[in-house]
Write a protein that binds this ligand. Structure first.
Ligand SMILES: C[S@@+](CC[C@H](N)C(=O)[O-])C[C@H]1O[C@@H](n2cnc3c(N)ncnc32)[C@H](O)[C@@H]1O
Length: 290
């Protein structure tokens, strides 16, 4: 089924995948969350069908996801590269576990693997800043307050819509000024102005927890959601309306919801059937929006 942009989301409830066996031989459809290992979903995707990926994988042993979590990182990295279009962007949101005072460094290792082995450009290392959550595994460090958002691209990013909502300290019109040259003389030149707002820094801060990450109470039945606004800000930055966004670790359906609200198609994979059900309940209300 290929819905056009106007009907995005119409059939979310009907097509949401519940049993991976249903999909064994079926080609991948848009606006579906497949209840299976993401590697199985990607295996059925032709090359270069996805415009963008935004995801937060299971990392280290921070969450067990009811014992139902399985990341074959290297295979996943190569599969993501294959299914992305040239110029497509992958946003990989991760942190590190601290074990007996020693951070695993998984985040860095993964970023460098994406770059050195899987073919991606490490386009930007961004920070997801959040209120301190307590010392993770070590109460002698400063409060732990961020995760990485690695922005990786397959070649030069084909879509860059930088968000320009950071207030400049002072707005000013351009004017004529002068610049002193090396020989001491003054050269007349035009000085550009500042708008009231400019492009953001690459550190993005979000409040988290109930009522902040999402106002959908059902979403919080999942133990590790990322903020809706984080997903939306990346979707707006690296894709256009009508594009296809894949989340291989869909969890409670945050990426799917933000795609529907922003007129993008989504494709998702989620191993745990209870989380697929959460996503289904969360997305039900969107059926009539388009
Ligand atoms: C950090 S959570 C993602 C949460 C999601 N961003 C949200 O906002 O709800 C990671 C998810 O990956 C799922 N998962 C783990 N291994 C998987 C795999 N191999 N394929 C698909 N999903 C997997 C887990 O069940 C978990 O729900």
């Amino acid at each position: 089924m290929k819905a056009d942009v106007q009907t995005l989301g119409d059939s979310v409830v009907d097509v949401l995948a519940r049993e991976s066996t249903d999909h064994a031989e079926k080609p991948i459809e848009k606006n579906v969350i497949y209840n299976e290992n993401c590697l199985a979903t990607m295996e059925r995707m032709p090359d270069g069908v996805v415009d963008m990926v935004v995801t937060s994988p299971p990392y280290d042993n921070m969450r067990t996801y009811e014992g139902n979590s399985f990341l074959e990182f290297q295979k996943t990295a190569h599969a993501l590269y294959r299914v992305l279009k040239r110029g497509g962007v992958l946003v990989w949101v991760v942190g590190d576990e601290t074990i007996r005072g020693n951070e695993t460094g998984t985040s860095f290792r993964q970023a460098l693997y994406f770059r050195d082995e899987a073919g991606f450009n490490l386009f930007d290392t961004m920070i997801y800043l959040k209120p301190p959550r307590g010392a993770v595994g070590n109460n002698k460090t400063y409060w732990q307050s961020f995760e990485y958002m690695f922005v990786l691209s397959k070649g030069k990013p084909k879509t860059i819509n930088l968000l320009c909502d950071r207030k400049n300290v002072d707005a000013r019109r351009g004017d004529n000024g002068s610049k002193r040259l090396v020989d001491g003389s003054l050269k007349k030149m035009y000085r550009g102005g500042y708008q009231k707002t400019g492009r953001r820094l690459n550190v993005w801060e979000y409040r988290i927890g109930k009522g902040h990450s999402s106002s959908d109470s059902v979403a919080h039945e999942h133990p590790a959601i990322f903020p809706e606004k984080l997903a939306q800000d990346h979707i707006l930055s690296w894709s256009n309306p009508g594009d296809t966004v894949y989340d291989p670790f869909m969890g409670s359906g945050t990426t799917a919801k933000m795609c529907l609200l922003n007129k993008r198609y989504y494709i998702g994979s989620e191993l745990n059937d209870a989380y697929c059900e959460i996503a289904q309940r969360r997305l039900e209300t969107f059926g009539s929006l388009f």
